[in-house]
Design a protein around this ligand. Sequence first.
Ligand code: HEC
Ligand code: HEC
Ligand code: HEC
Ligand code: HEC
Ligand code: HEC
Ligand code: HEC
Length: 462
Amino acid sequence: MNDLSMRKFYGWFTALGLLVSLLVVVGFYKDTSRPWKTYQRQYIEQEIRRASTPQEKLLAETTPVEIHQILLPELHRVDRCTTCHLAVDDPSYAGYPEPLGYHPLHDEHPFEKFGCTICHRGQGRATTVADAHGDVPHWDEPMLPLKYIQASCGQCHQAADDPAAPELARGEQLFEDRGCRGCHKLHGVGGNIGPDLDNVGARRSPEWLRKHFLSPASVTPGSAMPPQKFSETNLEAITMFMLSQTGEQVPGYYASMKVIPSSSEGQRLFEQKGCIACHSIGGHGGKIGPALDNVGVRRTPEWMMRHFRDPQAVSPGSVMPQFGFTESEARALTDFLLHLRDQRVVLSLPALMTPVERGREVFHKYGCAGCHGPAGKGGVPNPNAKTAEQVPGLIHVADGYTKKELKARILDGQKEIAAMDPKRPPPPLYMPSWRGTLNDAQVDDLVAYLFSLKPKGEDLGF
Ligand code: HEC
Ligand code: HEC
Ligand code: HEC
Ligand code: HEC
Ligand code: HEC
Ligand code: HEC
């Protein structure tokens, strides 16, 4: 075909081009604007039906069909979810099918201040179901499945203290108990063998995390992370805790309830402020103030709150300092003192613990169990290591080391692990050096703990 015969098609090309563009625009328009209008009309019809006076009816009939949005500059969000979820704050819509249902639990978190995506994720600005819920390619923040919604609470509340997020608290507990910190840093504390977990919840999906826990090497070939044995409930809880680590820093007001007043927060304050210097619990501690074991019987919560605010105002001449607690700190301390008769609370105060008990805490906190197994029982694979291709257990160290040698061993660590077969890749797990991370007293406590692990009765053979 020559140039001339081509030219007579140009008109057609232009027309076709225009038609295609038009179709794209129409398709786009249909896609983006229809569904939310339908939901708004359904809502308006519902309101008209419910109207009991002519005024209400008129009001409903003249409700404009328009995009609704919540502007949240501090959270860097614009949430349009209420364009479809129109009745979230109207209790009379409880039990209605979505998107017209009433939202439970919003008294503490008013929508005009919190919006929706800070808890649910998803795409705040979008106005189609798929886009808003984030079920689209190239959008890296899909909505959290509802069963993991507690993951969001951890952004603004201390997981362990949130009474409304028990599964998240369980996940955090598992993280500490299983020794994940032996290999991973979270908020600056932990080892270097695995990646930092500070924003893993923004990088990984629930499905990925679940699969990875059960078999790390099937997701990351050659992974040095040992497969984790979790029951289904625990697997969900640890996945939830990982999802809560988004690395997003919430500002000012939003972080003001980082600590929900609770007994465990009260205990932290009690330790931090040195109350034990003047007061005793279970017979341990100072004698300047009264023993606190039964204070919950002697005093009402209201009395305690007033006393914390200003001890001299309640007990004239008292030498107890005015600590300047915030309202929620005073609430937390009061809660703690009311629960004092719970023995577990008493035993975990460091000032009242034995070196062995403190050593066990250090072992936990720094994740020794991640490599040496729970309570140092071993069993963690270390492919190609001379010691049975495993990280050694620690229950027999009392036989091979003096206390001084053991202390040096922990402080020095060991980078080069003897390989069984020099042709295979070297063992991935090594003993980190703890010098600079643990102080002298902590290592002494660790040594006391490790010596205590030796099974009883083993020396009786001779
Ligand atoms: C275009 C209308 C529309 C928009 C915009 C929209 N939703 Fe929805 N939403 C729906 C519909 C319809 C349903 C019920 C059917 C479904 O789950 O897809 C629903 C269901 C839900 C559910 C329940 C899911 C479940 O598993 O039961 C949640 C949570 C939710 N939406 C949150 C949000 C959030 C957060 C936003 C804003 C980022 C949002 N929605 C924006 C229409 C919308
Ligand atoms: C403070 C966190 C938080 C905020 C903010 C929040 N939600 Fe929720 N949402 C939740 C929790 C938690 C649930 C699960 C409640 C339950 O069933 O126990 C939930 C449930 C839902 C459901 C399912 C309701 C059901 O009963 O199945 C929808 C839909 C929903 N939210 C939409 C929204 C929309 C739209 C917004 C913004 C206007 C919003 N949420 C804001 C925490 C939040
Ligand atoms: C964006 C930050 C943020 C998120 C996410 C969040 N909260 Fe809150 N929460 C707050 C703030 C701020 C308050 C205090 C509200 C006020 O009193 O003005 C609060 C209050 C509370 C309270 C009441 C505390 C008290 O004793 O007064 C509870 C319980 C609570 N949140 C539980 C949850 C749960 C459960 C979730 C997850 C579903 C959650 N929060 C998600 C910030 C957040
Ligand atoms: C013996 C060391 C070790 C222990 C203990 C360990 N991990 Fe890992 N972990 C690793 C290594 C190495 C990687 C990187 C390779 C991979 O992706 O599997 C990793 C990867 C991960 C990842 C993926 C991180 C990302 O950014 O892709 C998560 C999540 C994770 N670990 C969570 C945990 C949790 C939770 C625990 C405790 C239950 C734990 N790990 C215990 C060594 C360990
Ligand atoms: C990242 C994995 C890892 C972590 C975390 C770790 N260790 Fe080790 N540890 C090892 C390996 C591997 C060896 C074996 C070294 C060798 O082969 O000589 C070892 C050896 C030891 C030994 C000598 C055991 C023996 O039988 O000679 C002691 C004691 C020890 N670790 C204590 C600790 C303590 C205490 C902690 C926590 C503060 C800790 N380890 C954390 C990997 C780890
Ligand atoms: C310098 C010593 C001192 C310190 C530190 C101190 N207290 Fe006191 N406390 C006292 C004295 C003296 C009294 C008795 C007089 C009074 O009621 O104020 C007292 C009374 C109390 C009472 C009332 C007991 C009762 O049976 O009437 C409570 C509760 C209490 N303190 C809690 C605390 C807590 C919690 C802390 C730490 C945040 C703390 N105290 C720190 C000296 C102290």
